[in-house]
Design a protein around this ligand. Structure first.
Ligand code: NI
Length: 167
């Protein structure tokens, strides 16, 4: 397994649309293992393949404290959503930044699992928010896009300043 480098906002590579996986093979399974390791190491509760510069429709999530609820969703599609709630979100691609975002409270999602089989998952609250956040990454969308332009520019400036400091 390997820890993969995570792209950071405003890297333009985060803005690309990911392609569906047409064959869930060993190469994909190795990538998913590495994505889980990268997410746990960060640490984070979700990671989408475009964040590690792989343009495939794959995401991993685990909202537990003890790594006990890992989910991998390949080619995920939201079937239905209901309710709405505001949650403070962060993102491994937007370090040290937490802002409130409004999303559906419950979602039903279909996806392929690591054996290439279709399954359905019903999620609510944090898991639902996390899955919606990660699916956005597959479309090149980031949670900061839900904020005002002014707020987004402030976040970008702060991240650029921090990066210069650590170079
Ligand atoms: Ni994210």
């Amino acid at each position: 397994m390997a820890i993969l480098p995570i792209l950071h906002f405003p890297d333009p590579r985060l803005r690309r649309t990911a392609e569906p996986v047409d064959d869930v093979n060993d190469e994909i399974r190795v990538l998913v293992d590495n994505m889980f390791e990268t997410m746990y190491e960060a640490p984070g509760i979700g990671l989408a393949a475009p964040q590690v510069d792989v343009l495939k429709r794959i995401l991993v999530v685990d909202i537990s404290d003890d790594r006990s609820q890992p989910f991998c969703l390949i080619n995920p599609e939201i079937l239905s959503s209901e309710g709405d709630e505001e949650t403070e979100e962060g993102c491994l691609s937007v370090p040290n930044t937490y802002e409130k975002v409004r999303r559906a409270k419950r979602v039903a999602v279909k996806a392929l699992n690591l054996d290439g089989q279709l399954f359905e998952i019903r999620a609510e609250d944090l898991l639902a928010v996390c899955i919606q956040h990660e699916i956005d990454h597959l479309e090149g969308k980031l949670f900061v896009d839900y904020l005002s332009a002014l707020k987004r520019q402030r976040i970008q400036k702060k991240l650029e300043k921090n990066r210069r400091r650590t170079m």
